[in-house]
Ligand binder design. Structure first.
Ligand code: NAI
Length: 443
């Protein structure tokens, strides 16, 4: 049999890594080693992959926030035999030292903090030049570029994993329109991802970043959380824990009711902006604060976004109502409105927990589970002939990750007895069982 290779197929046409400063590698490696100590589930999978080499001969391309924990995911896939090429999914969230450290440890990485739009898409293309077999995306930008511009790479793709709610929504719409060309595992929709990462991760890391950036006290403040999804629930919980007067805005009546019963005040955004000292948007939707909303705000109101894209706070509308804008502190811009009021926008309205100068992202212990789901889902794509579409990660992955995490935490739980298993599966047995009919007594 004769194989004819085109020049494009035959030559490695990708470029070497492109980073800001390789002299930061030492500090980057130290940061990566620190998170490794707090990611026991991923480390367990890394060891297993080192032995079994599931990705040998394959290339995995990723578009994830470039920071120590994602670099550790890259190293896990590399340990499993993959060639790994990575870029960032947000121009403000890259940690240049961690990136240099990752390159030092053998990864191909393209990205640096404060890339402009053109550079952002250039580096996505540099990863695609590696002709990946599997994609790991966060927000679906890489998958969009693949379908819209890099159709030359499409034939290599076995499947992809998507990290976040916004990316899953985009891909579901794409599939509904018949545009999606390969299977995508919705990693976000795994229980061991959204119940912990979206809720406890976003809650803690957003307040961490907001307090570190502003040096502001939260106790006694009116904090408005826009959107009571998994992230919003976590943000409201932390705000209340810090002593804030929490207000929630929603468009879903069930979630609004849940927020009310959880003890928060619920009102429209127009009412809420009048009371707010701090507003955090986290809806995955656009224009949550826009138009005249800014005029109704109190002097000194702070605005932050924890949703994936910087479209939740309408910056052009805010600019249109301002006479001046200046950076008053790192990651804080002061907008002076026409009536002299000052409004503060954090991290350019990009997701605050990763984009603010003090943003570390979620704790490593949380990302341990999300990235364990990623690493196992990449292998799931490899081992199964999946249909085109957006697919939930199988329950076995969730139970495996949860069990490994409990074990790492030193927590043991009970298991069902045979009698309990039988009771749960027997539809004829009523919920009330007289003790004399109890099998254990009778036999
Ligand atoms: P979700 O779908 O569980 O919740 C979003 C909520 O926003 C829904 O309850 C929806 O009804 C509500 N909403 C939509 N439009 C609204 C409007 N105009 N006003 C008020 N509420 C509105 O989504 P989840 O998982 O909470 O994610 C939210 C966003 O956060 C997404 O963009 C996601 O990608 C992002 N995310 C950010 C993380 C971070 O580290 N900052 C981590 C995980 C997710």
């Amino acid at each position: 049999e004769i194989y004819t290779l085109s020049l494009h197929d035959a030559l490695p046409i990708y470029q070497p890594s492109k980073v800001k400063d390789m002299s930061l590698a030492g500090e980057g490696v130290r940061k990566i080693e620190w998170v490794q100590k707090h990611m026991p589930v991923l480390e367990h999978i890394k060891k297993e992959y080192e032995e079994t080499q599931p990705f040998k001969g394959l290339t995995i391309g990723s578009c994830l926030h470039l920071e120590p924990k994602t670099i550790n995911l890259g190293l896990t896939l590399q340990a499993g035999g993959a060639e790994v090429a990575m870029t960032g999914c947000n121009p403000l969230s890259t940690h240049d030292d961690a990136v240099a450290g990752g390159v030092d440890l053998g990864l191909n990485i393209y990205g640096w903090r404060e890339q402009d739009d053109e550079e952002y898409y250039q580096t996505i293309n540099m990863v695609l030049d590696h002709k990946p077999d599997i994609i790991i995306d966060d927000g679906a930008d890489m998958i969009m570029v693949l379908h819209n511009e890099r159709t030359d790479v499409l034939k290599h793709i076995m499947g992809a994993c998507e990290e976040t709610t916004t990316g899953v929504h985009r891909l579901e719409s794409m599939h509904k329109d018949g545009a999606l060309k390969f299977p995508v595992v919705a990693v976000n929709d795994a229980y061991t991802k959204y119940l912990f990462d979206n809720r406890y991760g976003t809650g803690q890391s957003s307040f961490d970043a907001i307090m570190g950036t502003t040096n502001m006290v939260i106790a006694g403040k009116s904090v408005v959380i826009c959107g009571y999804g998994w992230c919003g629930r976590g943000l409201a919980l932390r705000a209340a824990g810090l002593g804030a007067n929490v207000i929630v805005t929603e468009v879903d009546p069930i979630r609004a009711l849940e927020a009310r019963m959880d003890g928060y005040r619920v009102m429209t955004i127009r009412q809420a902006v009048k009371e707010a000292d701090l507003i955090i948007t986290v809806t995955g939707n656009a224009d949550i604060i826009n138009g005249d909303d800014f005029k109704y705000m109190k002097d000194g109101c702070m605005l932050a976004n924890a949703g994936h894209f910087n479209v939740e706070i309408n910056r052009p509308d805010l600019e249109a109502q301002s006479t001046s804008v200046k950076e008053v502190r790192e990651s804080i811009e002061e907008f002076t409105l026409k009536d002299g009021k000052k409004i503060y926008l954090l991290a350019d309205g990009r997701l605050v927990n990763l984009s603010a100068a003090r943003g570390q992202g979620h704790p490593a212990e949380i990302m341990d589970m999300s990235f364990a789901v990623q690493a196992l889902s990449a292998k799931f794509i490899l081992n199964n002939d999946l249909p085109v579409g957006v697919i939930k990660a199988p329950d076995e992955i969730d139970y495996n990750v949860a069990s490994l995490k409990l074990k790492a935490m030193g927590i043991e739980i009970d298991t069902l007895t045979d009698r309990q298993k039988e009771y749960m599966s027997n539809w004829q047995e009523g919920t009330w069982i007289p003790s004399f009919l109890d099998f254990n007594v009778l036999f």
